[in-house]
Design a protein around this ligand. Structure first.
Ligand code: C2E
Ligand code: MG
Length: 276
C-alpha cells in the first residue's frame, strides 16, 4: 500500500494568534493569489465498478520560504478575513483551465469537484463570477460538483439556497462533506439541495476497531439511499475498509489506497481502481 503524506500539523501553522503575524500572512496570501503561487492537486473518486467518476481539486500554496503548504495552514485564515472569495475564484478558474486542457483525455462524464466553504455560498456575486468564467472557457457547469464544507454554521440560509439554485439551474451539482460531524447537522440533508454526501473520514478510520461506528456507517448509507442521495467514503487507506464499505453498498470511494492527490501531470488516468 502506498504511504500517505499527511497534512501539516497546526503547531507549524503560520496563522498564529498574534495579530501582527496574521496581518503579515493576509498580505502574503493576497500576493500568493496574484502571483500564482497557489496550485491544485487532484484526487480521483471511483464508483464500485472501478470507474473514475470525479476529480477533487485540492488547493496548495507553494510558498517561496515555507515550501508546499496544505489548506489547513491557510484556508481558515482566508475564511476569517474574507479572502476565501478571491481564492475560490482562482481555484475555479484554474479548474476550468485544467479541464479545458484535459478534455481530450477525460471521459465526458467525469466531474471536477470543487471544495467550497459554506461562507462562499453566501456571496451571490461569486455565483455570477462562476457563470462568467464558465462562459470564458466554453464549459458547462454540468462538469462541476461543489462540495460544501459546513464547518461553520450557515449564517444566511436563504442566500445559500439562492446561490445553489442559480448554479443548479446551469447544471451544477452540490454535495456535503464531512457528513456525521457535529457541524454538519442532519437537517442540512433537508435544507440544502444536495445529491451526494461524503462521510466524515473518522468513521472510515474506525472500521475494524469500533462496531458501533460500523453500525452507524451502515445506517447512514441506508438512510442516504432512502433519500436518493449518493454516498461517498473518503480517506480510504486500507483494503479492509474498502471491502466493508463495498459490502455495505457505499456508492463511491476515494482515498490514498486508490490514488493520492497529485498535480495534474502526475494523474493516472487509468479508469480502473488501483490495486491495494
Ligand atoms: P476535504 O475536502 O475533506 O479533503 C480531503 C482531505 O483528505 C484532503 O486534505 C486530502 O489530501 C486528504 N486525503 C486524501 N486521501 C486521504 C487518505 O487516504 N487518508 C487521509 N488521512 N487523508 C486523505 P487536504 O488536501 O489537506 O485538504 C484539507 C481540506 O481543505 C479539504 O478537506 C477541504 O475541506 C479544504 N480545501 C481544500 N481545497 C480547498 C479549496 O480549494 N477551497 C476550500 N474552500 N477548501 C479547500
Ligand atoms: Mg472535499
Amino acid at each position: 500500500m502506498s504511504t500517505y503524506v499527511t497534512t501539516s500539523t497546526s503547531s507549524q501553522t503560520p496563522i498564529g494568534p498574534v495579530s501582527e503575524s496574521k496581518i503579515f500572512y493576509i498580505g502574503e496570501l493576497n500576493r500568493a493569489i496574484q502571483n500564482n503561487e497557489l496550485c491544485l492537486h487532484y484526487q480521483p473518486r471511483y464508483n464500485t465498478s472501478g470507474k473514475m467518476v470525479s476529480l477533487e481539486a485540492l488547493v496548495r500554496w507553494q510558498h517561496p520560504q515555507h515550501g508546499l503548504l496544505y489548506p489547513d495552514r491557510f484556508i481558515p485564515l482566508a475564511v476569517e478575513v474574507g479572502l476565501i472569495h478571491h481564492l475560490g475564484l482562482w481555484v475555479f478558474e484554474q479548474c476550468c483551465n485544467d479541464l479545458f486542457s484535459l478534455r481530450s483525455q477525460l471521459q465526458e462524464n467525469i466531474k471536477i469537484t470543487i471544495n467550497v466553504h459554506v461562507s462562499q455560498l453566501e456571496d451571490l456575486q461569486f455565483a455570477q463570477k462562476i457563470l462568467d468564467i464558465c462562459l470564458k472557457y466554453y464549459l458547462s457547469l454540468e462538469s462541476f460538483e461543489f462540495e460544501v464544507n459546513a464547518c461553520s454554521a450557515m449564517q444566511e440560509r436563504t442566500r445559500v439556497l439562492e446561490f445553489c439554485n442559480i448554479l443548479i439551474s446551469h447544471g451544477a451539482e452540490f454535495s456535503l462533506e464531512d457528513f456525521g460531524t457535529a457541524l454538519t447537522p442532519l437537517e442540512y440533508l433537508c435544507l440544502l439541495p444536495i445529491n451526494l454526501i461524503k462521510l466524515e473520514s473518522d468513521f472510515i478510520n474506525r472500521i475494524g476497531f469500533c462496531t458501533r461506528s460500523e453500525t452507524l456507517l451502515r445506517k447512514l448509507i441506508e438512510t442516504a439511499h432512502e433519500m436518493n442521495l449518493t454516498i461517498v467514503a473518503e480517506g480510504i487507506e486500507h483494503a479492509y475498509q474498502r471491502d466493508l464499505l463495498v459490502k455495505m453498498n457505499c456508492d463511491q470511494l476515494q482515498g490514498s489506497l486508490f490514488h493520492q492527490p497529485v498535480a495534474l501531470e502526475k494523474l493516472n488516468m487509468d479508469s480502473t481502481l488501483m490495486p491495494a
